[in-house]
Design a protein around this ligand. Structure first.
Ligand SMILES: Cc1cc2nc3c(=O)[nH]c(=O)nc-3n(C[C@H](O)[C@H](O)[C@H](O)COP(=O)(O)O)c2cc1C
Length: 262
């Protein structure tokens, strides 16, 4: 069976997961591609029943887990056995229990995990001073993602994908989630009030009027606002995060490569 209907589902504040999934989908080369990007609240449907030939679902790794916001949003998904490929994207440190957690989420929703992958994306906390996996995914990563998509399509065509059953790495119970740091101070020096940070915020934590206000309880530190700011005005100068960024830059600069389970 060739892939007629492919669905791509993601949560991807800084777009690295989205870019990896795009490349995998390109490799699959389905006749019909439906994209469900749940990064913004207003894009989350009340329910989503999936009856596709293949579903690819992806999210970033936050402290070795799938971010809670994504876990909540993925709860609208249901299926009666559609083959699914969970994909996690991490910032060159480790993905720990995130891939098995994502596989469990979709299994619980009625999908069947037939393959999986962990790719690397520029770390959300990466800055000029503390560079971490800068510009990942690069051409090499995207090439591997397209190749992965091609192998999925080949296995779907020869009938071996539906029968596949893949165990992805990770521990159960999953590691504990890290306690949330306080979201202040956030600096907006040089802000031009253009509103792009408000538009990309996945949790609607930012409101831009005559000044920029951030709700510390809603902020998940995804850094979408920092990466999108054309004036380099938006900075998360949270002491704990600055410390973590330095630790990551000092200890996790050795290039990691994508891992594919098929
Ligand atoms: C709060 C937070 C926690 C993170 N934790 C990890 C981690 O445990 N391991 C890691 O390698 N990368 C970690 N990252 C980096 C992201 O996984 C990485 O930047 C990913 O590419 C972001 O995906 P996105 O572009 O789809 O948002 C973390 C990022 C954030 C914002």
């Amino acid at each position: 069976m060739s892939c007629k209907k492919l669905k791509m589902i993601c949560f991807s504040p800084t777009r690295t997961t989205h870019r990896i999934l795009d490349a995998i989908a390109e490799g699959v080369g389905a006749q019909q591609l439906e994209v469900l990007d749940m990064t913004r609240t207003d894009n989350v449907p009340e329910s989503c029943d999936c009856a596709d030939d293949l579903v690819i679902i992806g999210g970033p790794v936050y402290s070795g887990r799938i971010p809670l916001t994504a876990v909540e949003r993925f709860k609208v998904l249901k299926s009666c056995g559609s083959p699914v490929v969970p994909v996690v994207v991490y910032g060159n440190r480790a993905y720990e229990d995130a891939l098995v957690e994502l596989s469990d989420i979709v299994t619980e929703a009625g999908f069947k995990t037939v393959a999986g992958a962990a790719f690397i994306g520029e770390h959300s906390f990466s800055t000029e001073k503390t560079p971490i996996a800068v510009s990942r995914p690069d051409e090499d990563d995207l090439g591997k993602a397209r190749e992965f998509g091609k192998s999925l399509a080949a296995k779907l065509a020869d009938g071996t994908l539906a029968a596949a059953s893949v165990e992805v790495p990770g521990n159960r119970p999953y590691k504990d989630r890290s306690p949330k740091a306080s979201a202040s101070p956030i600096s907006n020096d040089g802000c031009q009030l253009c509103g792009s940070c408000e538009r990309v915020c996945p949790t609607a934590a930012i409101s831009v009027g005559s000044l920029v206000e951030t709700d510390p309880d809603k902020c998940i530190f995804c850094c979408a606002c920092v990466k999108v700011c054309a004036f380099e005005a938006r900075k998360l100068e949270v002491p704990k995060l600055l410390e973590v960024s330095q630790w990551l830059a000092d200890n996790f600069s050795a290039r990691r490569e994508p891992e594919i389970f098929i």
